[in-house]
Design a protein around this ligand. Structure first.
Ligand code: LFR
Length: 491
């Protein structure tokens, strides 16, 4: 059988991309055909996603994909970040720009929800980690606004893009599971959470799962992109992290993964949710994965810490290039100062170097001064947080972890990978960096009959086709213990 060609639309918090995958038994190549920035905009005091600029990027990317593939595509899948949504009126028009999960509107919303559904009950129902921006809190914050009152439909961001491409509305389950309105045991909405919070579940179109059909490109989209129809759109793991976990090239099940990007999502793949009090206290989430799996993981602040430092420096007229910065950071002494990469103080946009320096001083450590020192502090802190979350994932699942897989953009960051291996005291396998796009393409290809196989089979194809880098832990556990103690995270 000749390989077939699928486009993956992958929308991240700092950039979007369209990747072209050629797939068949024994074949899996991925080419980036278009990458575009995702720049949020504050207007009227609210931080928004510029969703039409993103859609413009998607259309341009599909045109580029078609050009590369000779005008024909065998399918398209869309994945993106979680929790955020657009509201539509009865005619399907978007009622406003989607609000960014980092916007301050959710302040106080968690307290309001917990007053009607205490945190432990909410966890028992949804298994979701507490993040102040979970959709349930965003909808609570939006209660009483004219926009929500006018809304007939709510579409999660990747589902919104799929809707614009096809005219078909649906709610893909892996991403729905990040709303905190889904019960991970039934893999369906939680009537209990909806009733207590007063959220109207009829806003959401019907659930669909990875591999389900999601329509065909509309004539206007074919015209705009120069593609020849019909082009099917397939639901994939539309939460980018769900697709990234498909893209983890692991053999067996004794691994933990770290999906790196704006966030580091650290955990393991399980068959069933873990809803224990210990899991709640560790703030581990049970997001739904492809093929009936559960993503038992915690959000660690991720490379956002560094991205936001770089944005701060650039705004001050002192832009830095990542390559030289990482090279300089690698030469600095390790673990001079670390911060708690789980601290919610780091969530909002704004002066990140100042927040990092303040956190170092508040814990009796020297504040970084140079850009390289800030970079080193961030990477040491991320490795330290990875170490804690990997150990917790192991303990909470009761199964040994022998390998840590790093996928996503951070897999290209050799210093982060080496520090993570050192901190965890475990071998790290790094790559692929484009795990989300690969997971997206693999699920489409399987649904189209171009591949068959379980997740294990898809991962075997990743291992035989993708470049992976290996890091071995260097000795020095005591230094990591000491650093954890300095920020009050000793175990
Ligand atoms: C990663 C991610 C995380 C989610 C965060 C916000 O891109 O999707 O999984 O917690 O973004 O949506």
């Amino acid at each position: 059988t000749t390989p077939r060609t699928f486009a993956a639309v992958d929308l991240g918090a700092s950039s979007g991309r369209v990747m072209l995958g050629r797939v068949g038994p024994g074949t899996l190549d991925l080419t980036e055909v278009h990458r575009f920035p995702n720049r949020p905009v504050t207007v009227g005091g609210t931080l928004h996603w510029d969703v039409l600029a993103l859609y413009r990027g998607v259309l341009d990317g599909l045109r580029a994909a078609g050009r590369t593939a000779g005008g024909r595509l065998d399918g398209i899948g869309v994945d993106g970040w979680a929790v955020d949504y657009g509201l539509l009126d009865a005619t399907g028009s978007l009622l406003g720009n989607p609000v960014h999960y980092r916007d301050a509107r959710t302040e106080g919303a968690a307290e309001a929800v917990h007053a009607v559904l205490p945190a432990d009950r909410l966890y028992a129902e949804t298994g979701l980690q507490h993040l102040p921006f979970n959709t349930v809190f965003q909808l609570t914050a939006a209660r009483g606004t004219p926009q929500l009152a006018a809304a007939e439909r709510l579409l999660m961001i990747p589902d919104l893009v799929s809707y614009w491409l096809t005219g078909v509305q649906g709610t893909e389950i892996t991403n729905a599971s990040t709303t905190q309105l889904v019960d991970p045991r039934t893999r369906d909405w939680s009537p209990e959470v909806a009733r207590r919070t007063g959220i109207d579940l009829s806003l959401f179109p019907a659930l669909r799962g990875p591999g389900d059909p999601a329509g065909e490109l509309l004539p206007e989209v074919l015209a705009e992109t120069g593609l020849t129809g019909p082009v099917p759109v397939t639901a994939v793991g539309s939460h980018d992290t769900a697709s990234a976990v498909v893209g983890v090239p692991a053999a067996g099940d004794d691994f933990a993964y770290i999906a790196t990007g704006t966030w580091s999502l650290v955990g393991r793949e399980l068959d069933a949710p873990v809803l224990t009090e210990a899991s709640r206290r560790a703030n581990f989430t049970n997001e739904l994965g492809v093929d009936g799996t559960v993503r038992h993981l915690r959000n660690v602040m991720g490379l956002w810490l560094l991205q936001e430092c770089m944005r701060t420096w650039a705004d001050r007229g002192d832009p830095k290039d990542l390559g030289p910065l990482l090279a300089a950071a690698a030469e600095l002494p390790p673990l001079r100062s670390v911060v708690d990469a789980g601290d919610p103080a780091f969530i909002p946009p704004g002066d990140m170097p100042r927040r990092i320096a303040d956190a170092c001083l508040a814990t009796g450590q020297p504040a970084p001064r140079t850009a390289a020192e800030f970079t080193r502090c961030v990477l040491d802190s991320l490795a330290l947080a990875h170490r804690e979350a990997v150990a917790q994932a192991r303990d909470l699942s009761g199964k040994e972890v022998t390998t840590v897989h790093i996928v996503g953009g951070g897999a290209r960051n050799a210093l982060l990978c080496q520090l993570t291996a050192d901190a965890c005291g475990l071998p790290v396998v790094a790559g692929p960096a484009e795990a989300a796009a690969l997971g997206n393409v693999l699920v489409q290809a399987r649904a189209a009959g171009a591949l068959d196989g379980s997740l294990a089979g898809l991962r075997a194809l990743l291992r035989s086709t993708q470049r992976l880098d290996h890091y071995t832990a260097r000795p020095g556990a005591a230094a990591w213990d000491d650093a954890a103690a300095r920020i009050g995270r000793a175990r």
